[in-house]
Ligand binder design. Sequence first.
Ligand SMILES: [Zn+2]
Length: 427
Amino acid sequence: MYATTLRCVFCGTEYPLTHRGSCTLCARPGEESALHETLGVQYDLSALKLRLDRDEMTRRPAGLWRYRELLPVVDPAFCIDLGAGGTRLVPLIRIAEAAAGNKLLMKVEGSNPSGSFKDRPIGVAASVALEQGARGLACLTSGNIGSAMAAAAAKAGVPALVLLLSAAGLADQGTAVNVEKYVQISAYGARVVTPIGNLGYLYSLADRVETELGWSFLHNVQAYQTDGDKTTAFEICEQLGWQAPAAVFVPTGTGTNLFGLWQGFVLFKELGFIDRLPRMFAVQPLGAASLVVALEAHQTVPAILEHIEPNLAPPISHLVSGYHAYKAILESGGGAVAVTDGDMLEAMKDLAAYEGIYTETASAAALAGIRRALTLSLLDPEETNRAGIVGILTSHGLKNSLALTSVFSPPPKIAGTWDALSRIAFF
Ligand SMILES: [Zn+2]
């Protein structure tokens, strides 16, 4: 294995690969803070440069484990393989901004096995946890992590516990849980409960689950989750003919995906597989945009928001995003944009109606964010047209169809006759 240590991107402290939780110098237990998310996995670059053959790698089957040397699992027997990864990078054609000449491509992560990009980070983190001796898997989630973890546990044959937050995610635990998500998680055989309590207390349960049961609470191996997210960047570079795009737009809650993508691009550049890095952009709901606030105020570390405005994108509604994502944005020369419910819905409907891609509302934030950036002239037109802009469509639309019943009316009932049908303007 080529993984060597975990490293804090804020203070530089290194930890052994068996370290649990956040950086002990930066994070305070029980307190929500951007500095809870700072750890990344380091690799032996010299050894990788000597032994990793890019062309040999591309002859392997598509998916997560195609990049096994760049992932932190020692024994292949522990690699949980549900077929995650290998998703399409689709050029937009009919959407107005694409038709106007912008080179826009979407990474369609909703086609992963459990319906979201989370199959990548959880596939890797769960594999590492089991290799390190965990007897079961547990997590705290607003849905997609729970589905991915429950599927991975089913495949590996270990028990799973999912603490499922309400449909409003971390914003409001008083509302109902998302039906599509608890049904899917339950179908995989996981035990699902909806806990009441503040987030700091709920995370303290993680340690009890680990010590009492000998299980792994996946929040405590978050560095391995971001490491799985790297594979999205690897695939994008391959799909663009060993080039990075000019910019990448990522719907961003905790920021693990954005940081993971950035790590992937950086690693490929350090290995000499690509010759330039993209600019990283976070897209967040208006009223839940801690990275936008932090960038505008030139904060050293993103501050925690006082509250979150209710919105249609619970997976990306957090009081604060991780410092690791903030640093990736700053290092890449990127940015962060805030979008409204209306922006996300319009993007969601346009992706479906013009390109045949059905995404969760939070995922459509990727296109909504690109549109916002174009409006604000944040993107260099020359760069946009040449190297292209990639949006990460993180999950499938079937993940939250019920939440949109107020947007899409039920179909009208008509008589089953040609006379009645011909009066409907459907062509
Ligand atoms: Zn630190």
